[in-house]
Design a protein around this ligand. Sequence first.
Ligand code: FAD
Ligand code: UDP
Length: 400
Amino acid sequence: MKAEKKYTMFDYLIVGAGFAGSVIAERLATQLNKKVLIIDKRPHIAGNAFDHYNEEGILVHKYGPHIFHTNSRDVFDYLSHFTAWRPYEHRVLASVDGQLVPMPINLDTINKLYGLNLTSFDVDNFFKSVAEEVPTVQTSEDVVVSKVGRELYEKFFRNYTRKQWGMDPSELDKSVTSRVPVRTNRDDRYFTDTYQAMPLHGYTSMFEKMLDHPNIKIMLNTDYHEIMDMVPFREMIFTGPVDEFFDYKYGKLPYRSLEFRHETLEKEVHLPTAVVNFPNEHAYTRVTEFKYLTGQQHHKTSVVYEYPQAEGDPYYPVPKPENALIYNKYKKLAEETPGVHFAGRLATYKYYNMDQVVAQALTLFKKIAAQEETATILNGGKVKLNPNGVTLENIGSEIG
Ligand code: FAD
Ligand code: UDP
């Protein structure tokens, strides 16, 4: 008897196995019982949050330090299904005028920098006395000079930003330097979010649990262009760069890149804190010692230096008005593209932290779930094929 050929029709093809893609894959598989193929052109899952044990056995973040922090209980509870946590509060020092001082700028930063003994009240008055009047705060320069004046702006922000972004803070949207607060108290934590913790066994382990489901197939080392026409699927979730998806129809969207130089040192501890920022010296912006983040005990230690680059893997969307105009055109196109949903930092061109990407993905999932429900009712149980997808009739090979 001739065996019948069996094909797997994927309900969803998900491009990118970072936070955006993996959260949606997990939700579709577990909540809607959808069959999902998640692919990534890299040789691993977890996107930019990927961590691994290096050759010395030290847990490092391949794409630079990733510290989890959020005010969203929903996001924290959701991720807690896939990981236990290690409480961790991040601290950063900045190398300025030959000293290492707390960053964000706080009371101790000012006292140490100027050899003073001010109180919170005094430092508040000091900031007021040096702050510049800016009628409308628009740029990343405006934000800082209107709070702490030009001298501190020059010492802590101007050169770091020029290095990181390849442009002056006056050309960047205010949202960039607004990420870093200014304080008049002695709080030296980088973040003040309600939930601050690191996945106990690392990010990759958390992603492995998220994607461990019979409805989810993972394909690595695969660019979506290579398989689009070979894999039958109904709908697509795209989490790569949105301009690339549309063949740069409206021109290239600038993304800032970084080169990561990892080093392992023959000593137990290298830095006085997890991260030291170098606004004014060196070609790198900051150095990070991973053991502070992970809590790992090891007789050696691993660090990473971040060298900003114009070319290379896209890591940061560049928030400035011209780019927002270009992105808005792609956004419109994305909204008009049936059967494809866009999510994540690259596909929605948003300078999002991990928790914001998780929240965005959970929101998109809810929208998709509502659409699925409507489609099922309208089609009497059968869901229509996506016109961009491949149908069973036009594929020649079996996909299992
Ligand atoms: P990504 O993680 O970029 O995933 C997208 C995936 O799509 C990638 O793996 C890529 O390989 C894949 N892909 C792209 N194109 C294709 C294609 N054509 N075919 C197949 N696959 C494709 N956030 C924090 O909350 N805290 C931090 O401390 C923090 N530190 C950071 C430090 C650095 C240096 C950087 C760059 C980011 C940091 N972030 C941090 C932000 C965090 O990395 C992102 O918010 C999050 O990882 C974005 O997830 P994503 O799924 O949108 O994108
Ligand atoms: N920044 C700065 N000096 C610093 C730290 C940050 O000028 O010591 C500015 C810089 O423009 C940077 C932005 O603030 O890109 C946001 O800093 P954050 O630490 O949030 O950057 P990320 O961790 O996302 O790279």
